[in-house]
Design a protein around this ligand. Structure first.
Ligand code: ASP
Length: 445
């Protein structure tokens, strides 16, 4: 058995956390490939090293730069001192300071958090350090380039027993030797790329929570943890706002069948959440998770005989495309078409879009509503089951919540309901209560 272990910023925020990480790695020989983030927050008001790096790079004057840069240096020096490591980053900091002064690039600046943490961690563990810029290649849009990366990285990994590869960055795939990062939180993606090319059996992603929760704990008190979730369910929930893992981390391993286990560095005994391609494991409940987002708007277009007008939908959607606006859903009736869009992006182009729709399809009327929240009820357990939608609607009706929109894809993996923003939290609580609390009481499973 071989594993990749990725540790997030809070897991490596100071020397105490480093010790926990080393214990985890040393307790299991199969944990061969280690991917660290930069040191994160040690306490609530603290600043992540990555944010300090951005601030230092963008500093308006030398004084601010120096202050911020010194803070960064101190973060690492404290770790080195407390762990009594025989390791100096002085030379590294000289090079970095010069590169900052030469304005070598914001991605280079941000990547140094992981780079330096990788050096320190490799030293502490006695593992080989592999600079991600030599083995991971990223295109200019921030996507990993498998063609260039895979042969180089898999060859390199086959030659090492253990190693530390910093997360979040690689080189631009144009042979210019420029450092390029993924989007924020991108060390999760590095973990997946290393998992794929190290041909491992498991990718453990260590963070500061014990896995994915069935619902947002800021809305539902003490929600259950999801034991097993499929990639598809996770995509749905992440898209709707559940964030533990970077949403692009699934892609590198989607076709490799490598599961991801979310684990808590501060509570390693907790089982966490296992993310798999597919599973026969019966879910604990009919639904796996509930997630939602506020801030959507609905454009309702009415026109008599719309249903027989060929190309109507295409012409409407063309207007959105012309205005570079993506849409979320398009529930429609016989003579109505509703388009749900993100309110903030819509408002910027509102009048152009309305005029465009009038020109394109000459509707009888267009109405707008802008305070919509969408809630996704996701679960592989719904497929072919009966009564899930009825239960959602009953739960909301009992709370006097009007449903403004319903959407269920034919994959039967989710039901999406739209409610007014003001009902958002109550709706999630009501659904959680019906599917989790009530099911537990009635002895489901
Ligand atoms: N350190 C980077 C960030 O804060 C990347 C990561 O932690 O995954 O976004």
């Amino acid at each position: 058995m071989n594993k990749v272990v990725k540790f997030g910023g809070s897991s490596l925020a100071d020397a105490t956390q480093f010790k926990k990480v080393a214990n985890i790695i040393n307790s299991d020989k199969s944990r061969r490939f280690v991917v660290p983030s930069a040191p994160g927050k040690r306490f609530k008001e603290d600043t992540k090293v990555t944010d300090l790096l951005y601030q230092a790079y963008n500093a308006k004057d030398q004084d601010t730069f120096k202050k911020t840069f010194d803070l960064i240096k101190k973060r690492y020096q404290d770790i080195i001192d407390e762990l009594k490591l025989d390791c100096s980053l002085d030379k590294e900091f000289e090079v970095i300071e010069k590169a900052f002064t030469d304005k070598i690039g914001i991605d280079y600046a941000a990547s140094r958090g992981e780079y330096l943490n990788g050096i320190v961690l490799a030293n502490y563990l006695g593992f080989e350090f592999i600079d991600a810029s030599e083995v991971i290649f990223i295109d200019e849009n921030g996507n990993y380039d498998p063609e260039k990366t895979d042969p180089i990285l898999s060859k390199r990994l086959s030659t090492v027993k253990n190693c530390v590869i910093p997360g979040f960055y690689g080189s631009l795939n144009d042979d210019s030797n420029t450092i390029k990062t993924f989007s924020r939180g991108g060390s999760d993606i590095t973990g997946s790329i290393v998992a794929r090319n190290g041909h491992v059996d498991l990718y453990e992603n260590w963070t500061d929570v014990s896995g994915f929760l069935v619902a947002d704990p800021r809305i539902v008190k003490n929600p259950d943890t999801i034991a097993t979730i499929t990639y598809k369910e996770l995509r749905e929930l992440s898209y709707m706002g559940a964030s533990v893992l970077h949403e692009n981390s699934i892609f590198p391993i989607r076709n490799e069948g490598i599961p991801i286990q979310i684990k808590n560095t501060n509570r390693p005994e907790d089982e966490g959440t296992l993310i798999v391609e597919t599973t026969c494991h019966k879910p604990d409940h009919v639904i796996t998770g509930i997630a939602g987002r506020q801030g959507f708007a609905t454009i309702s277009i009415e026109k008599d005989m719309m249903n027989s007008e060929i190309g109507f939908g295409r012409r409407v959607l063309q207007v959105l495309e012309d205005n570079q606006l993506s849409f979320e859903h398009t529930p429609s009736g016989i003579d109505t078409m509703n388009i749900i869009v993100e309110a903030n992006s819509f408002i910027d182009h509102e009048q152009q879009i309305l005029a465009g729709i009038h020109r394109a399809v000459q509707p009888d009327s267009i109405e707008l509503e802008s305070d919509l929240a969408l809630i996704a009820i996701v679960g592989r357990g719904m497929k072919d089951g009966r009564g899930t939608a009825a239960k959602v609607f009953t739960a909301l009706a009992k709370e006097n919540i009007n449903i403004k929109m319903i959407d269920q894809g034919s994959s039967e993996l989710n039901i999406i309901v739209g409610v007014k923003n003001v009902h958002f939290k109550n709706a999630i609580r009501a659904i959680y209560h019906t599917f989790i609390d009530e099911e537990k009481k009635s002895g489901f499973n």
